[in-house]
Design a protein around this ligand. Structure first.
Ligand SMILES: Cc1cc2nc3c(=O)[nH]c(=O)nc-3n(C[C@H](O)[C@H](O)[C@H](O)COP(=O)(O)O)c2cc1C
Length: 187
């Protein structure tokens, strides 16, 4: 059985380098794992308990929950916006954290990586994402870390999949996440 890893990307722009990292991760996934990029985050409304009503959840949020329910593991990609994760990623985490105690992260393994322009590669954003997704019910693999600095220059001409160092790092990230998810699903 293939391990399904859902990728959530915290940047909506078409040329996002974090999106490119997710595309590269999908290409580099080992046999027995598939990385599926969730495409609908731009349409998910801001989390609001008044609209999170059983049977009437907005379609885009319901689609996110359904994709997450079908996943065995999560790979989150965060750039850094003003020292933390972008709102789009936090919003996705909030939707997936409810119903309280029964959210779709449900103890499944989660790894957080990303790239940002600053010299630390968005490490604050990725650390904040780990904290939040852990509180939301994910089993965060704390020691999977990859924060790539200088996003706009490093990937200006080169897609991450064609950057040998980054491709090797991504391959290891996906392999470790796959290994953890496979152990859990086999148990
Ligand atoms: C609103 C905003 C805030 C930003 N704040 C930071 C920041 O705090 N630290 C940082 O390293 N880069 C920051 N940047 C630059 C982003 O890291 C850079 O644009 C990154 O490539 C965005 O990711 P993307 O290519 O996936 O869209 C910011 C960019 C924007 C648009």
């Amino acid at each position: 059985m293939s391990v399904r890893i859902l990728a959530l990307v915290g940047s909506l722009r078409a040329g996002s380098h974090n999106r490119q990292l997710a595309e590269a991760a999908a290409k580099l996934a080992p046999e027995g794992a598939e990385v599926v990029l969730f495409e609908g985050l731009a349409d998910v409304p801001f989390y609001n308990e008044d609209i999170d009503v059983e049977g009437a959840v907005p379609a885009a949020a319901a689609a996110l929950r359904e994709a997450a329910q079908g996943a065995d593991a999560f790979l989150l990609f965060s750039p850094e916006y003003n020292g933390t994760m972008p709102a789009v990623l936090k919003n996705a985490i909030d939707w997936l954290s409810r119903p309280f105690g029964a959210g779709a992260f449900g103890g499944k393994p989660v790894a957080v990586i990303g790239t940002a322009f600053g010299q630390y590669g968005g490490v604050w954003a990725q650390d904040d994402t780990r904290k939040s997704v852990g509180i939301a019910g994910g089993k965060v693999i704390e020691d999977i870390k990859l924060s790539i600095p200088g996003s706009m220059t490093r990937f200006a001409e080169t897609h991450p999949v064609d950057d040998a160092e980054v491709a090797a790092q991504l391959t290891e990230v996906v392999a470790r996440l796959h290994g953890t998810a496979a152990e859990i699903t086999a148990a």
